[in-house]
Design a binder for this molecule. Structure first.
Ligand code: TSX
Ligand code: MN
Length: 597
């Protein structure tokens, strides 16, 4: 049986790549699918798979007048988010994975998961999904092949990556591709594992059908395996949006920014400047992941390895993100949102009236006023980036864009001021390393607790966090024209718990200051924490309905808050043990000395 399948696999395969054929045959021998289908990424294939997914109930067609080309998918209610406790980095030594990752010994992991994969595709189809992370033909671009028994995964990968024949052509006969194996299995949380084998450039994912666990190009390859490869090869794989800001004079500055989840990365990447900024334009290169490497001119160049957006739906509306609303108006897959009687989708925080009646994300009738959420808080859209009205033309440029500034942000109700610039690269890495974000009601656990999330990479770093921070420090030597590093906080609150800074489009004022700083146009004020906007020649607040006290409060630096902040940072650094980089420990000491001095 196994050898018949191996023959079948190579017979219809649109490639002669011997490594790829042998691997597909081996995986098919283990999982024993009834059929093997090589995906070409064509329109005809999309139609065929969509029709089939509608027939088997995986997709519900939406009203073609209201949402042309859009479908709704409901995942198993036990399978609605990434599962960090079931995500493993499988390196020979536990210390290589570090204290912030779950670890399994590679052979033990292969053995354990082989038992789950054994025969799991009987009666099913195995899809072979070749895909490129990054613009086709780019030097930074990586090829992956995902074997999956889920048509939903294929249709999502088709949006999120450059999938099909083009990727296979780019691979040619090379053996340099990520080997991804996925089966939805029986969606049992007790038999769910997402295992990464960085040394083998391999990912095995079993027992889930949800986005981040199964769209292997995204968090698994582009961040966990990517960060590992980045360290080996001298580049950075980061959880960052990339945007271009163009001034009325036509000068474009490219910026990368890391924010933990629930801080509005997608909103920031698609932001519309306020009316006072006529002639300014923000364009999106990417909303989630940046791969950055030094370019021939000594600057740091970034590509967005993805081709689509897998964004959180609730809270998205024409006030918070009009460009996202346009992006998801057609050819979009919705997962776990509510269905309206007229075949449109609905979610908490959508514009307009709450409908009287809905079908909720679990497929049950829902009435206005219900205490249950109609859409799951982690419900998602999968939309092609080509739908984005402000997509940068550079999003498809294999060279990427030269990054002038890197921003680190977090959700902090106190302590961290609106914006500051790091004194230098090492200090900037310290700001990234000490990033923290307060938990929101949507997340599990307590509200308002600061979680350390260095560079927003805590769940996504594929090796030891201490080695990762050292790699960031080391990159200084290979980037002659270093980006300037900034820290921002849109989420500071007043005594009454009200957000002080209006955020959203008004963040353009902070962005303009950052642009002016990197272009060397404005003077600055030195503080204990870094350089901040001066009272004069600082932030442009023209037309902003915000009192002078509020601005002072949003930008204030309170020494007592920083003394407790440093204590809380210490807990994180202690976790890294001897791998906590010396240069960061010195930054910490300098800050303590400045505060005590
Ligand atoms: O995305 C956000 N950004 C960045 C936008 C470019 N959000 C949403 C975060 C959850 C995804 C924000 N929330 C931002 C922000 O800058 N700021 C805030 C906090 C805030 C919330 C509401 C108001 C002001 C600030 N104002 C009113 O509701 C009227
Ligand atoms: Mn993300």
């Amino acid at each position: 049986m196994a050898s018949t399948q191996a023959a079948a696999a190579s017979e219809q395969a649109p490639t002669k790549n011997p490594t790829l054929l042998a691997w597909v045959a081996k995986m098919a021998a283990m999982t024993q699918p009834d059929r093997i289908v090589w995906c070409d990424g064509s329109e005809a294939e999309k139609q065929r798979l969509t029709e089939q997914a509608v027939k088997d109930g995986t997709l519900i067609p939406l009203n073609p007048q209201k949402r042309p080309g859009c479908y709704l998918h409901r995942s198993n209610p036990n399978d609605v988010a990434r599962v960090e406790h079931l995500t493993f980095i499988c390196t020979p030594n536990k210390t290589d994975a570090g204290p912030t990752n779950n670890w399994m010994e590679p052979e033990a992991a292969y053995t354990k998961l082989s038992q789950l994969f054994e025969g799991c595709m009987k009666g099913r189809t195995m899809y072979v999904v070749p895909y490129a992370m990054g613009p086709l033909g780019g030097a930074s671009t990586k090829i992956g092949v995902e074997l999956t028994d889920s048509d939903y995964v294929v249709l999502n990968m088709r949006i999120m990556t450059r999938m099909g024949k083009a990727a296979l052509d780019m691979l040619g006969d090379s053996d340099d591709f990520n080997r991804g194996l996925h089966s939805t299995g029986d969606v049992n949380p007790d038999r769910r594992y997402i295992c990464h084998f960085p040394q083998d450039n391999t990912i095995w994912s079993f027992g889930s059908g949800y986005g981040g666990n199964v769209l292997l190009g995204k968090k698994c390859l582009a961040l966990r395996i990517g960060s590992y490869l980045g360290r080996e090869e001298g580049w950075l794989a980061e959880h960052m949006l990339i945007l271009g800001v163009t001034s009325p004079k036509g000068e474009t500055t490219y910026i990368a920014a890391a924010f933990p989840s629930a801080c509005g990365k997608t909103n920031f990447a698609m932001m519309i400047p306020p009316k006072e900024y006529q002639g300014w334009k923000i364009e999106t290169v990417g909303d989630d992941i940046a791969w950055m490497r030094p370019g021939p001119d000594g600057r740091l160049y970034a590509i967005n390895p993805e081709a689509g957006y897998f964004g959180v739906v609730p809270g998205t509306n024409y006030k918070t993100n009009p460009n996202a609303m346009e992006t998801i108006s057609k050819d979009t897959l919705f997962t776990n949102v509510a269905l309206t009687p007229d075949g449109d989708v609905w979610w908490e925080g959508k514009d307009g009236e709450v409908p009287e009646e809905l079908i909720d994300w679990q497929g049950k009738p829902w009435k206005k006023g219900s205490t249950e959420k109609a859409a799951h808080p982690n419900s998602r859209f999968t939309a092609p980036m080509s739908n984005n009205p402000v997509l940068s033309a550079k999003a498809n440029d294999p060279q990427g864009v030269p990054i002038s500034a890197i921003i680190f942000g977090g959700r902090r109700s106190n302590t961290v001021p609106l914006v500051l610039q790091a004194f230098n690269w090492t200090h900037g890495v310290f700001l990234g390393a000490t990033m923290g974000s307060e938990t929101t009601a949507a997340a599990t656990g307590k509200v308002g607790v600061v979680r350390r999330d260095p560079m927003a990479m805590l769940p996504f770093c594929g090796y030891h966090m201490g080695d990762y921070l050292q790699h960031w420090l080391d990159m200084q030597k290979s980037i002659p024209q270093l980006p300037k590093i900034f820290q921002v906080n849109w989420f500071r609150q007043d005594k009454n718990g009200k957000f002080i800074w209006p955020g959203y489009g008004e963040n353009m004022r902070v962005l303009e200051w950052i642009v002016n700083r990197v272009q060397g146009r404005v003077p600055t004020q030195e503080t204990l924490l870094g350089w901040v906007p001066r009272q004069d020649q600082g932030l442009n607040l023209k037309g902003l309905d915000l009192s002078e006290e509020a601005v002072l409060e949003a930008t204030s630096i309170k020494e007592d808050e920083w003394k407790s902040e440093l204590k809380s940072q210490e807990v994180f650094f202690e976790q890294l043990g001897t791998k906590a980089p010396e240069a960061l420990m010195l930054q910490r000491k300098l800050l303590i000395a400045r505060l005590d001095g």
